[in-house]
Ligand binder design. Structure first.
Ligand code: FAD
Length: 424
C-alpha cells in the first residue's frame, strides 16, 4: 500500500513487532474479540526485533545470550505460546578472576565452597543472594550502596555483583537501582529457560497466534508520525495514513516514541540505555565440555554454551555466547573483541579449528532505559498512558512498575493492550 489517498481505518494499531509488539497485538486481539481490525506494523524486514534468531546451517544464534525468566514464560504461556527448552545447570559454573578460572559461584552450592572468598565473605554473599532479608525500600538506592551496606569487603561485593550482573546486564552496580536489581534477581532465582530453537521459536509462535486471531502484520512499514489524541492518525513513511481508535507504540525507545508523537518527552531525567558487546559462536564440536558457564569477577565478562541446555545446534555441534557488559570503561571494539577471544581461548582451546560461524556485535542495546536510583527505580518508570493523548499508549522495557528486559516488555505490553481495548 503506497501513496497518500484516503486514510485507512483500523480499530487498533500496534507499532513495532518486537517481543513487546507481538505480545501486545495478541493480547489486544484476543481481548477485543472477533470483528475488530488490529494492525501490527514493523519497520524492519521481519518481525522479532532484538528477539530475532539467525540460522546458520542449523545452528540457531540469538543476538547475544538469552535466558527467559519465569515472568515472561508465564505471560507467553497465558497467551497459548509453548516455551520448549531447559534450565541451565549452574553447578559446574566457573569464576574468572585475574585471568584464571576458579570453581565458580553462580549457584548456592559452589558459592559456599569457592576459594576466592573467606568463609565470612561467602556467607554474607550467599545471604545477600538468597535475598533472605527481603527487599525493603530499596527503590531509589543504587546497587553499589546496597552492596556496601550488606557486604563486609570489596572482594565480597565484587563476587556478589558478578552473579547479579549476568541477568541484569549492568556492568557496574552504580548503573542500576538496587530495588530493580533485587526484584529482578528474585525472579531469576525462580528459574530461567534456554529456549529450543532460540527466541525465534517464541517470535514464530506469537506471530502464529496473532495471525489466528486475525491480526494483520505488515513488515517494511515505518510509522513516521502519530498525531491527535482521541482518534489518532498514523503517517507511514510512504505517506499513507491510518486512523485508529487506539495506538500502542510497542518497544520503541522512550525518545523515539516521543519523537513520533512530536512530544517534548518526559519532564524528569531521561533513563540511560545499557549496551553489551556480544560474540555469538557456532562450533562443529565443543573442545572442552566442562567449561560451559563462566562469570567474570574482576571484569564484566560472560561465557555460556547455550546448546548444552537447549536444542540450538546439529548433533555434536555447539552454540556459545560470550558477552562483555558495558561498565563505562570506554574500551574500543577491537580491545573488547580481543578480550572475548582470550576468554574463548581459555575455555575452549582450539575453537578456531572447529568454527562454523561467528558474529561480533560490539554494542547492542540490551535495555533502552535502565531503572536507576536517580530516576526512582521501577516505581519511577512511566505508565502506558501518554498525557494529553487518550488514544495513544506506550509499552516496552522502560514502561511500568515491574520487571526488567523481556519481563518488562510482556508486562507493559499486557497493560497497554488492556488500556487500548478499553477504548474500542
Ligand atoms: C544481547 C541481548 C541479550 C538479551 N538477553 C535477554 C535475556 O537473557 N533475558 C531477557 O529477558 N531479555 C534479554 N534481552 C532483552 C530483550 O531482548 C528485549 O527486552 C526485547 O527483545 C525487546 O523487545 P521490544 O519489542 O521491546 O523492542 P525491540 O526488539 O527493539 O523491537 C522494537 C521493534 O519496533 C520496530 N520499530 C521501531 N520504530 C518503528 C517505527 N517507527 N515504525 C514501525 N516499527 C518500528 C523496530 O524495527 C523493532 O522491530 C536481551 C537483549 C539483547 C540485545
Amino acid at each position: 500500500m503506497t501513496g497518500a489517498g484516503p486514510d485507512e481505518r483500523a480499530d487498533a494499531v500496534v507499532v513495532g513487532a518486537g517481543l513487546t509488539g507481538l505480545v501486545t497485538a495478541v493480547r489486544l486481539a484476543r481481548t477485543a474479540g472477533p470483528g475488530r481490525r488490529v494492525l501490527l506494523l514493523e519497520a524492519g524486514g521481519e518481525p522479532g526485533g532484538r528477539a530475532r534468531t539467525t540460522d546458520h546451517r542449523g545452528y540457531r544464534l540469538g543476538l547475544g545470550p538469552r535466558a527467559l525468566y519465569r515472568t515472561t514464560r508465564d505471560e507467553l504461556r497465558a497467551l497459548g505460546v509453548r516455551v520448549p527448552g531447559g534450565e541451565p545447570d549452574l553447578s559446574g559454573s566457573l569464576a574468572l578472576r585475574d585471568g584464571a578460572l576458579h570453581p565458580g559461584y553462580a549457584a548456592p552450592g559452589p558459592l559456599l565452597r569457592t576459594g576466592l572468598l573467606a568463609p565470612r565473605e561467602r556467607l554474607a554473599v550467599a545471604r545477600l543472594l538468597a535475598l533472605s532479608r527481603g527487599r525493603p525500600n530499596l527503590a531509589g538506592t543504587d546497587a553499589a550502596r546496597w552492596l556496601a551496606d550488606r557486604l563486609p569487603t570489596e572482594r565480597a561485593r565484587e563476587a556478589a555483583f558478578a552473579v547479579l550482573r549476568v541477568s541484569a546486564y549492568a556492568g557496574r552496580p552504580e548503573m542500576i537501582d538496587a530495588g530493580a536489581l533485587a526484584a529482578h534477581f528474585a525472579g531469576v532465582r525462580r528459574g530461567v529457560t534456554y529456549v529450543d530453537g532460540g527466541w525465534r521459536t517464541l517470535v514464530d509462535a506469537l506471530l502464529g497466534r496473532a495471525r489466528a486471531l486475525g491480526v494483520e502484520t505488515r513488515t517494511g512499514c515505518r510509522v513516521t508520525a502519530v498525531e491527535g489524541g482521541a482518534r489518532p492518525r498514523l503517517t507511514l513513511a510512504d505517506g499513507h495514513g491510518i486512523r485508529a481508535r487506539s495506538v500502542v507504540l510497542a518497544g520503541l525507545p522512550q525518545r523515539a516514541a516521543h519523537r513520533l508523537l512530536d512530544e517534548p518527552g518526559p519532564a524528569g531525567p531521561p533513563g540511560r540505555p545499557l549496551h553489551t558487546a556480544c560474540l555469538d559462536v557456532a562450533l562443529s564440536r565443543l573442545p572442552d565440555p566442562r567449561r560451559t558457564l563462566v562469570l567474570g569477577v574482576d571484569e564484566p565478562l560472560y561465557l555460556s554454551v547455550a546448546s548444552q541446555t537447549a536444542r540450538l545446534a546439529p548433533d555434536g555441534g555447539a552454540v556459545l555466547h560470550l558477552a562483555r557488559y558495558d561498565d563505562g570503561s570506554g574500551l574500543g571494539a577491537t580491545e573488547v573483541r580481543k578480550r572475548l577471544d582470550e576468554l574463548l581461548d581459555l575455555c575452549q582451546p582450539g575453537w578456531r579449528e572447529v568454527l562454523v560461524h561467528e558474529r561480533f556485535l560490539p554494542r547492542i542495546t540490551t535495555m533502552t532505559a535502565v531503572p536507576e536510583a536517580r530516576t526512582g527505580g521501577l516505581p519511577g518508570r512511566p505508565g502506558p498512558r501518554v498525557p494529553g493523548r487518550p488514544g495513544v499508549f506506550v509499552a516496552g522495557d522502560w514502561v511500568g512498575p515491574r520487571g526488567l528486559l523481556a519481563d518488562a516488555c510482556v508486562l507493559s505490553g499486557a497493560r497497554a493492550a488492556e488500556e487500548a481495548v478499553a477504548r474500542l
